[in-house]
Design a protein around this ligand. Structure first.
Ligand SMILES: CC(C)(COP(=O)(O)OP(=O)(O)OC[C@H]1O[C@@H](n2cnc3c(N)ncnc32)[C@H](O)[C@@H]1OP(=O)(O)O)[C@@H](O)C(=O)NCCC(=O)NCCS
Length: 333
């Protein structure tokens, strides 16, 4: 590992937005062989926001981006770049990051999408920090947004209960002399051997869209829930151990853990492993479900709005997801 002097970058504004449509456990009871009690006990999720089929992901992402920029006190002209983490872009080409750049009027900021599933925003934050370190920007918009309803099979009780739509954004800017805040440590990892635990079999270049793909519902996510659960607890534990080690501080120094919002039981197991009490863990998955790369920025925005996340706090972000991918960040807010 190369030694670098941190902090290089800090988050100066956060924003989030979700589509208006809501899907409660009671509504899922009507279409699936499941119950509110089962979903709440096994996952902690009570409700998710679901976009209309004709509602673009960009429409709610724009709101999140504007909110983050307003809080950071920057305009579109100040942006040097946009990193957009998503697995559900509005269209295949060009990147949704370019659509966002145009909609914001942020020309000629560089813009690209990043595919890392649920730790997407943690990956994007790390990539943006690296780009700042190499002189590619002073102010970078880091977005995590999804329209997971597009790839979720509403007839599959295994996955339909978990996922929701949403967007989150953060403005990352170079730390100024004398400022005592910013990213202190990052850690990313992946294990491609576990790809088939959570994947979409059809509709890609290797198995292009055909009527058969649609008929067999191969364009939807397939998940081995129990195996994902086990791998997730391991990945979250590893991520938090490594982030804490790299930050060079004991677990007691963490004031707030903002984990990927997938399942309350996974979060509880990971927090216990890290030695962080649940009173220091922010959760909002009861209201939004798992929104993949939007989950952490959505939670950060809400934690800030509720006064739970305060300036000066040491915050740890930890996430895992399809790939398998995982990652963590420790920062002083
Ligand atoms: C999917 C998940 C909630 C299932 O919970 P679980 O406690 O592991 O449940 P199991 O898969 O062991 O199933 C237990 C029973 O509940 C049933 N079941 C599964 N889904 C159900 C549902 N929605 N409603 C009611 N019963 C359900 C199973 O069929 C099984 O029945 P059986 O015992 O008769 O065979 C859980 O495994 C999970 O959250 N995994 C991680 C998923 C995740 O986070 N994915 C995103 C990664 S970013």
């Amino acid at each position: 590992m190369i030694d670098i002097t941190r902090p290089i970058a800090c988050i100066t504004g956060m924003g989030s937005a979700v589509p208006e449509g809501r899907l409660t456990n009671a509504e899922l009871e009507k279409t699936l062989d499941t119950t509110d009690e089962w979903i709440t006990d096994r996952t902690g999720i009570r409700c998710r926001h679901i976009a209309r089929p004709d509602e673009s992901m960009l429409s709610y992402t724009l709101k999140a981006a504007h909110q983050a920029m307003e809080q950071a006190g920057v305009t579109a002209a100040d942006l040097d770049g946009i990193v957009f983490a998503t697995v559900t872009p509005d269209r295949r080409l060009p990147s949704v990051a370019c659509d966002l750049q145009a909609a914001l009027g942020a020309k000629p900021a560089w813009a690209f999408d990043l595919v890392a599933a649920c730790p997407g925003w943690v990956y994007a934050l790390s990539v943006a920090e690296g780009m700042m370190a190499t002189g590619l920007g002073e102010t970078i918009l880091v977005v995590g947004a999804e329209k997971l309803s597009m790839i979720t099979d509403r007839d599959d009780r295994n996955t339909a209960i978990l996922f929701g739509d949403g967007a989150g954004a953060g403005v990352l800017r170079r730390v100024r002399p004398g400022e005592d805040r910013g990213i202190l440590a990052t850690y990313l990892g992946a294990d491609g051997d576990l790809a088939d635990l959570l994947y979409i079999p059809g509709g890609g270049a290797a198995d292009p869209f055909t009527e058969e793909v649609l008929r067999e519902r191969r364009h939807y996510m397939k998940m081995a829930g129990r195996e994902v659960f086990k791998a997730a607890v391991l990945a979250m534990s590893r991520s938090s151990d490594e982030a804490i080690r790299r930050a060079g501080m004991p677990p007691e120094s963490i004031d707030l853990l903002v984990p990927h919002q997938a399942n309350l039981r996974i979060i509880e197991a990971a927090a216990k492993h890290a030695g962080i009490p649940m009173s220091k863990v922010f959760c909002n998955l009861d209201r939004y479900g798992n929104t993949s790369s939007a989950s952490i920025p959505l939670a950060l925005t809400q934690a800030q709005a509720e006064g739970v996340l305060k300036p000066g706090m040491i915050v740890m972000l930890a996430a895992f997801g399809a790939g398998f991918t995982w990652g963590s960040v420790v920062l002083r807010w």
